[in-house]
Write a protein that binds this ligand. Structure first.
Ligand code: CQM
Ligand code: MG
Length: 353
């Protein structure tokens, strides 16, 4: 553990100064694509205007014999694309793989000035972040970068979940954490075979109403990911970084995807992954507060004046704590509206109603 005094010192001579605060930039949809797939790569210029974050994926889903093609494809995309105010992230290969070192040795010198965040998969503890932290500092110094590349961890092993708090606070570079439900299910020996989402067998059942225990009993499917998402949200909030739900693998089930994303949004997550273009608008919709909620939040803030005491609005008690909740919604709305003119208009309209 470094001394708090040293925490914000660069880890290599000439490396950029670590950030003191993680900037909040809209990141509702982290859109995954294979940079070595010509069809997907061709869609990048269009996607730049639709998504908050483009993630050039180099890890799982990229076949072993196409790792280099994907890495080189990402360099080409990074060099030749104007990302505007969208962000470019990458998911590097896991630290125990034969590709991780070359991922960073190639990407940082070539497109480090365009890369906002490196997603590190299968992070199990602070030691994994420390390794990447130092290596990035060395490479940034060598490349003469003037701002640090941030780091995002995927929590997708039982050990990673057990250590999520130390991971969240391991470096000033830590930008956020995503849930990796598929690897996590395997690591925990859960008996699911899906990428995120629920399972019809994970349920609660109402009590029997009479003698016959088979009659009149309703069942309600439960959220398999509630515990992990809640734990991840607390770890992130406590360390000033951002939590994300990960992927939802059933691309056709747009309704189930929306529900899973919304659970995460309501619990505190700021975004989710989109694996297919069809999931982009779901993530953008879910992770933008509704115009009605924004109008309500702004009204409570207005009527609460200096934010202390109580007022009744439409029969509901408001006080210091509810105004804080409303500020969360209103500030998020302002930050998103600054990048999304359609949303800005919808929020302004709802205020007039
Ligand atoms: C699911 C797949 C195979 C269906 O791909 P498809 O080609 O069968 O789908 P489609 O509906 O036929 O595609 C229509 C068009 O969209 C394109 N397209 C399709 N997807 C994308 C995309 N993402 N970005 C940009 N373009 C895309 C596709 O190339 C096609 O182009 P065309 O009209 O010119 O023919 C495909 O969407 C895909 O490969 N998506 C990314 C998958 C991925 O990144 N997986 C890894 C992340 S999840 C994970 O790792 C787990 C985790 C966290 O680690 C853990 O829980 O443990
Ligand atoms: Mg995974």
């Amino acid at each position: 553990m470094r001394s708090p005094k040293d925490f914000f010192r660069p880890l290599a001579l000439g490396a950029p100064q670590p950030v003191r605060e993680i900037p909040f930039r809209p990141s509702r949809a982290l859109h995954f694509f294979d940079p070595g797939n010509p069809k997907m790569a061709a869609k990048v210029p269009d996607l730049v205007t639709q998504v908050d974050v483009l993630v050039g994926n180099l890890e799982d889903a990229i076949p072993a014999d196409r790792k280099e093609v994907a890495r080189n494809g990402l360099v080409e995309i990074g060099e030749n694309t104007d990302f505007g105010d969208a962000q470019l992230w990458t998911r590097m290969n896991s630290l125990d793989s034969p590709w991780a070192l070359d991922d960073l040795l190639t990407l940082v010198p070539a497109i480090g000035h365009k890369l906002d965040v490196v997603i590190v998969p299968k992070v199990e503890g602070a030691q994994d972040i420390h390794y990447v932290d130092r290596l990035l500092a060395q490479l940034e110094a060598k490349a003469g970068l003037d701002r640090p590349i941030l780091v995002h961890a995927i929590v997708e092993t039982a050990t990673g979940v057990a250590n999520v708090e130390e991971i969240a606070g391991a470096s000033p570079r830590m930008q956020g954490i995503s849930l990796g439900p598929a690897d996590l299910a395997a690591s925990r020996r859960m008996k699911t075979t899906r990428v995120g989402g629920g399972h019809p067998g994970y349920l609660v059942r109402t009590d029997p109403v009479g003698e016959d225990i088979t009659v009149g009993r309703q069942t309600f499917q439960q959220d398999l990911w509630h515990y992990t998402v809640a734990r991840m949200v607390d770890a992130c909030a406590a360390n000033g970084i951002l939590p994300y739900y990960g992927p939802f693998g059933d691309i056709r089930d747009t309704v189930g995807c929306e529900d899973q994303f919304r659970n995460a949004f309501l619990l505190g997550c700021v975004g989710a992954w989109s694996l297919h273009p069809a999931q982009i608008k779901i993530a953008k919709k879910v992770f933008s507060p509704s115009p009605e909620d924004v109008a309500w939040a702004r009204r409570v803030i207005r009527e609460m004046g200096d934010g202390t005491g109580t007022v009744m609005i439409d029969g509901k008690m408001q006080d210091d704590a509810t105004v804080k909740q409303c500020r969360v919604v209103a500030e998020l709305a302002d930050q998103l509206a600054a990048r999304d003119p359609e949303l800005a208009e919808a929020y302004a309209l709802a205020e007039k109603d």
